[in-house]
Design a protein around this ligand. Structure first.
Ligand SMILES: N[C@@H](CCC(=O)N[C@@H](CS)C(=O)NCC(=O)O)C(=O)O
Length: 228
């Protein structure tokens, strides 16, 4: 299998955590795609994923699978013993629901703030964002407020459950973790009184699948070049 990604970016990090959880890293070849140079918006990459985003999984038979959730489901079920996406119908449904909330209210909200209210990934890439949005910082700033609302929600969840979808670490935790990782880079701090969310994050950071990758923060050499 091949994974087209870029180390240090939040959505690729989701899959690296999944691979570590499942012990699949030795079976994967990583192919680095230069996001800052907009390589993912060129025809060769768009053939793999028309959405023009990372990560993308390529199977040995040539099939391409995009979307972090779809890739996670595939990898988690390969050995017939899913541990991140649920075993029973109820577990699957709860993890799906919480994962979707984490994506919509936190990770994607941070991403929209980053792309539309800050210089984002820089000049080479901004031309691929729709021009009518270019000056709309107000809309982008509202996405920051949405992300803060997401943090508040997950702080509340963390007060009553050890993990985002219940008693076990799952795909939903990985999405929240990636959302906070992205928020760090975009300059959206977790409010100090969200102590349960901060404690949850500290706990998740210590998991071997996450801890071994803690050097892969979003602010890599790529973003330092952009002034982060
Ligand atoms: N919904 C997608 C989101 C993927 C995504 O936005 N990836 C980012 C990297 S963290 C990306 O490729 N951004 C490039 C861009 O927005 O042009 C998924 O779950 O895989």
């Amino acid at each position: 299998m091949k994974i087209f990604d870029r180390p240090g970016f939040p959505n690729p990090a989701r899959i690296r955590i999944v691979l570590a959880e499942k012990g699949l890293e030795p079976q994967v070849e990583f192919v680095s795609v230069d996001l800052i140079a907009a390589e993912h918006k060129q025809p060769a990459f768009l053939e793999k994923n028309p959405s023009g985003v990372l990560p993308v999984l390529q199977l040995d038979d040539g099939t391409y699978i995009a979307e972090a959730t779809a890739i996670t489901e595939y990898l988690d079920n390969l050995d017939g013993d899913p541990k991140l996406t649920g075993k029973t119908p109820k577990e699957k449904a709860l993890i799906h629901m919480m994962q979707k909330r984490a994506e919509t209210e936190l990770l994607d909200a941070v991403g929209d703030y980053f792309h539309y209210a800050t210089p984002g990934l820089g000049a080479a890439l901004q031309v691929f964002k729709s021009p009518e949005w270019a000056g709309r910082r107000d809309w982008g700033n509202r996405q920051r407020d949405r992300a803060l609302g997401g943090m508040k929600y997950f702080d509340t969840v963390s007060r009553s459950h050890p993990y985002v979808a219940g008693d076990a670490f799952s795909m939903a935790d990985i999405t929240v973790f990636a959302g906070l990782m992205f928020a760090d880079a975009a300059g959206i701090a977790v409010p100090e009184d969200y102590s349960a969310l901060t404690a949850w994050r500290a706990k998740v950071s210590e998991l071997p699948s996450v801890k071994n990758r803690s050097g892969q923060t979003f602010v890599t050499e790529d973003l330092r070049r952009l002034g982060f």
